[in-house]
Ligand binder design. Sequence first.
Ligand code: FES
Length: 195
Amino acid sequence: MIEKPHAPDEQEISELPRRSFVARGLAFVIGGIITLCPIAVSVIYFLDPIQRKKKAVGMTGDAVDPEGFVRVAPKEALADDGTPRSFKVIADLQDYWNKFPNAEIGSVYMRLDGNGEVQCFNARCPHLGCTVKYNSNDANYACPCHDSAFSLDGERTNEIPPRGMDSLETRVDEDGMIWVKYLKFRAGIEEKKPV
Ligand code: FES
């Protein structure tokens, strides 16, 4: 039997605004999700390389060996009298997305010690990270930022820096080229801790 249409009773009339409110709320939520999802995906997509770059930059190229030593300069470039010389450390940097050829990753001081062995220091001041300068007048290293001072052997000569200059491992290949295991260390602490 077909039910005849009838005028809404009082209860149905009172439910009408509530139903329409719930329907509008649901439409708003679903619409928001549909609109925001692509935006969220786009933001993640564009930020992802930045995140990966922070985590995954590594050194590549001919100037870097598998153990992380970077080719820096020929040993003959060092003075026989033990005077230090500053060198830039150059390598190709690579992350998942980009390559940065010939990037300057830091600088070092190298000199020959009394036995003709290469001595190498990271030029970053262990106090707060400024670049230390070689002072030829006093034959020592000094930092222009807060006056840290170091002997030619990298020992601190005042109490400003928390430790001496950070020495770096080197090796000399058969062609007389010096390779440096370039690392940076945390500034401001006594311990020599790689970052
Ligand atoms: S950063 Fe070198 S003395 Fe402070």
